[in-house]
Each structure stands twice: as C-alpha cells, then as structure tokens.
Ligand binder design. Structure first.
Ligand code: NAP
Length: 281
C-alpha cells in the first residue's frame, strides 16, 4: 500500500478562510494577546507566525515581549490587565517560561473564557467530561484532519505515543470521545512497538526522530506524526520513519506540512469561539 498524504497546510488554509469569514460577520474583531517572556528563538518564531495568522484571519492582535528578568508579579499583573480588556478575547502566554517563573500559577490566572490554548484546569475539566469550550489546538487539529479525510475513529484501535498535558493526554481524550478504543504509551510502556503495530490510528507525539519504524505500522493504518524534531542537516522531521511508514499506511501526515499548520489554525478557531462567546453570538 502507498499512503495518501494528509495535507495539513491546505486544510489549515481552508480552516482559516472559514474563520476569517465568520470573524467578518461579528460586530467587533476578535482580539488575541500573545505574551512572550525572555528571548527563546523558537518561541519568537511561533509568536511571529501567530501574528501572521491573526492578520490572515482579520483579527486584532497584540504582542508583549517581556525581558527574561520579568517577575512573577509583573507577569500576573499583565495577565490580570488582559483579563479585564473588552477588546481581547484570547490570551496566550508562550511556553516555556524562563526559569524562576511559575507556569502553573500563570496559566491558572488566565480567565478560562480567554484560555484559547485550552490549558486552564477548568477547560481541561470540560474537555475531560466531553463538553469542551475550546479544543486543545494540536489534538483538535488532528481531529479536524481525520474528519476532513473521512477517517472515523469509532470502533478503531487508536494508539497514542506520548502522554503530555499539551498533546498526548488530550489527544487520547478526543479519540475516546469519538468512540475510539485508546491506548496511551509513554516512556515506561513495555513493548510499545507491538502496541503501535496493533493500531488502526497511530499518533506519535514523543519528540524522538526515528522512533516509529516501518515494522511498527500496521498495513492500512492511519499515521499521524505530531512531533517536530531536527535531522542531522537541521531539517524539520517527525518521530516516524516516513518512507517506510508510508509504504504500509493508508494515510499519513508529512512533517513539515502536517499537524503543525493545523495547530496554528486551531488557535485562530479558538480565538473566534472566544470572541463569539464574549459578543453573545
Ligand atoms: P513532552 O512533554 O516532552 O512529552 C513527550 C512524551 O513522550 C512524554 O509523555 C514521554 O513519556 C513520552 N516518551 C518519551 N520517550 C518515549 C519513548 N521512548 N517511548 C514512548 N514514549 C516516550 O513533549 P510534547 O510537548 O508532548 O511534544 C511532543 C512532540 O510533539 C515534540 O516533538 C514537540 O515538538 C511536538 N509538538 C508539535 C506540535 C505541532 O503543532 N506539530 C505541537 C506540540 C508539540 P513520559 O511521560 O513517561 O516522560
């Protein structure tokens, strides 16, 4: 079998176009505030792309680039100010924060109605009970991809590699709510290769290139590679040995051009959801 490629870039453009059209119909532009502390170069790239996405979707956006020496009190005071702003619908504090700042406390301080990253325990709870206000961006983007390509997780064996709060856990929950039978693997899972090889839908979110070899992919499986690693030449790559997996899979996501663009598009979708909520639409 030779896999069909799930084109995340094209789908993300389609999602953003829909978001733009819906945003135009609102009385007020959706507004997103992005807070960056310190000068992590990767975070800077993410912030720049979020600004671009906001422009494409016709959103109002603000960026706060704070020095690495920013205190917890200063950061909390900014979040508090943004919580109170009527023109700001979404607040995103770029992680990781520099050492010395308490990430948990900062995420707790964000108004859950503006928590477009879906990291606040209130929103995580809503997601767990199957009644989410916001979709966690990366797993939400994966679900959009499955929907677009007519892949229904119901009754399928779904194996998720990774159990982080950002990707692995919420991914498992979304697949479970879609009636998949979910197995979550992590660094202490024995015989992960055999579990992966039993998957109808295999999602890898570990961050180790070459982790998923061809023999870990069942004939006809759907393979979703969430990871973003660098190869020896410095090029972006995922966890999956792409060529070998593509020979056996029915569908596969490329890296780059797969899950990454969908994560960004879902942030725009969540900001639109927040704006609708705040404008009673
Ligand atoms: P993370 O917090 O480091 O979590 C990695 C997970 O992988 C952990 O649960 C860890 O297990 C597990 N793991 C580590 N080694 C393993 C092994 N040998 N076998 C099985 N599981 C193993 O990372 P993350 O934030 O979830 O991100 C994962 C990857 O996705 C990274 O490459 C990241 O860059 C990428 N990512 C991409 C997007 C996107 O938009 N495409 C968004 C977010 C993240 P333990 O819990 O036992 O330590």
């Amino acid at each position: 079998m030779s896999a069909k490629i799930i084109d995340g870039k094209a789908l993300a453009a389609k999602v953003k176009e829909t978001v733009r059209a819906e945003a135009e119909a609102l009385p007020r532009k959706p507004g997103l505030a992005v807070v960056l502390v310190g000068d992590n170069p990767a975070s800077r790239v993410y912030v720049t792309s979020k600004r671009k996405d906001c422009e494409e979707c016709g959103f109002y956006s603000e960026e706060y680039a704070l020095p690495a020496q920013t205190t917890q009190a200063e950061l909390l005071s900014l979040v508090d100010k943004l919580n109170g702003r009527e023109d700001i619908d979404g607040i995103l504090v770029q992680l990781p924060l520099p050492q010395g700042l308490d990430e948990k406390q900062v995420l707790l301080a964000i108004d859950p109605a503006k928590d477009v990253d879906c990291f606040h325990p209130f929103n995580v709870g809503q997601l767990t009970i199957g009644d989410p206000v916001f979709q966690p961006c990366t797993p939400g983007g994966v679900m959009e991809m499955l929907r677009e390509y007519g892949i229904n997780p119901a009754g399928k064996r779904c194996v998720v590699l990774g159990r982080s709060n950002i990707v692995g856990k919420p991914m498992g929950l979304l697949l479970l709510h879609a009636n998949g039978t979910v197995v979550t693997c992590h660094s202490k899972t024995p015989d992960m290769a055999a579990l992966a090889a039993s998957a109808d839908i295999l999602v890898s979110a570990v961050g180790k290139r070459g982790l998923v070899t061809g023999d870990m992919v069942k004939e006809g499986a759907v393979v979703i590679d969430v990871a973003m690693n660098r190869n020896d030449a410095g090029k972006l790559c995922g966890d999956v040995c792409y060529e070998a997996a593509a020979e056996k899979a029915s569908y596969i996501t490329p890296v780059p051009g797969g899950v990454g663009p969908m994560t960004r598009a879902m942030l725009m979708k969540n900001t639109l959801t927040a704006a609708k909520l705040h404008q009673g639409q």
